[in-house]
Design a protein around this ligand. Structure first.
Ligand code: SAM
Ligand code: MD0
Ligand code: SF4
Length: 346
């Protein structure tokens, strides 16, 4: 297979086969990788010019009933100092991050029994509605798997997005990562969300034991799902978890997947998450074809990240102020709220 041929095909907008995707995933020579990254950026710029969208992140409950092997907040882990922020605290954090200039607020939680059982989902729906009303910004909810009716209630309450990452589209690997969880229930929740009117984000992890053919299959699965936003994050090993002793994968893998997501889905939103390598990792991810910066966290409110629970947060680096100089230095700029709202409406 010739790299030039495959890239030309992609540039013309022709779909790539799984063999071609795998061929691209195998690349390792710097000049070949650069050709892929450059194509990804050209395709991104064709649809988004130099505009980048900014997402505020509020992980408001770190309690969880699940035991995902990769996650610091799995229920069996005794290390985390867990918290569940009150409504007042969530609204305060939302206001702060909204005032800082983000385009969206991502309300994320573990599958916290407080929201999942005792009080039903009513309090989650109400919270989403209050955040929406108070900030006037688009809202994403990342609650894990919830019943179809709840997705519809969230939409009516003002949610715009439902984020739920499959992590891998290999069922057997899924069962080793998300212990005792249903692959089908997780995947269907995204289809249900779309039916309810929500925009959907899917995503995968690298460095969790996947093969290149698993990655190619994930790329195709996310394409077929028609997800509006698609992400990849490198696995970061967490203290006190079964995967504590794994090593974090070389970043080139995440960057290559970002580029291939872009090549396959040029008009979709693709995050550069600050949660993996902080602000230091931003430039490489944008240069691989990302067009959204996620995990902007209001400092000093005791809010955590996920893959990096504390990195750069209290220092105030994971903020709009912290990333604007990096963007501008690259010739990119933060979009206006109007530009983001237009994208959502289309
Ligand atoms: N609890 C909800 C769920 O699992 O869908 C939402 C929050 S969950 C913490 C968000 C995502 O963070 C996971 O789907 C996973 O992709 C990512 N994540 C968790 N632990 C990670 C780790 N150690 N390294 C990289 N990403 C991680
Ligand atoms: C992020 N840490 O944006 C967050 C999180 C959940 N929707 C997003 C993984 O990177
Ligand atoms: Fe819970 Fe989400 Fe972590 Fe899994 S990834 S243990 S569902 S918080």
């Amino acid at each position: 297979m010739k790299l030039g041929h495959v890239l030309q095909k992609a540039e013309r907008g022709e779909p790539l086969s799984s063999h071609e995707l795998q061929f691209l995933l195998e690349l390792s020579k710097p000049d070949e990788l650069n050709q892929v990254f450059e194509l990804a950026c050209r395709l991104r710029d064709r649809y988004f010019q130099n505009k980048v969208f900014l997402y505020g992140f509020i992980y408001f409950s770190t309690w969880c009933r699940n035991d995902c092997t990769f996650c610091y907040y799995r229920k069996s882990n005794m290390h985390p100092n867990r918290y569940r922020k009150s409504e007042v605290e969530v609204l305060e954090a939302a206001k702060r991050v909204a005032d800082s200039g983000v385009h969206l607020i991502d309300l994320t939680l573990g599958e916290d029994p407080f929201y999942y059982k005792r009080h039903g989902f009513g309090s989650l729906v109400k919270l989403v509605n209050k955040v929406k009303m108070n900030t006037g910004l688009p809202v994403m909810v990342s609650p894990g798997v919830v019943p179809e009716q709840v997705l519809s209630d969230l939409y009516i309450a003002g949610a715009d997005w439902f984020a739920c990452y499959q992590e891998t589209h290999n069922r057997e690997l899924f069962s080793r990562l998300r212990l005792n969880q249903s692959y089908d229930a997780r995947f269907s929740s995204k289809k249900n969300a779309m039916r309810s009117g929500l925009l959907v984000e899917d995503g995968i992890l690298t460095g969790v034991g996947e093969t290149l053919s698993d990655l190619a299959f994930s790329l195709e699965s996310m394409f077929r799902l028609g997800a509006h936003q698609v992400r990849v994050m490198s696995f970061v090993p967490q203290k006190g978890t079964p995967m504590d002793h794994w090593t974090t994968p070389p970043r080139v893998r995440e960057l290559l997947v970002i580029a291939l997501l872009r090549i396959l889905m040029p008009d979709r939103l693709i995050p550069a998450s600050l949660d993996v390598d902080g602000v230091e990792g931003l430039q490489a991810r944008i240069n691989a074809g990302a067009n959204v910066i996620t995990s902007l966290i209001p400092p000093q409110l005791g809010l955590a990240g996920v893959a990096q629970s504390t990195k750069d947060i209290n220092e105030g680096y994971r903020t709009v102020q912290g990333i604007i100089p990096v963007l501008n230095q690259m010739g990119m700029r933060a979009a206006s709220l109007e530009e983001y709202s237009c994208w959502i409406l289309n």
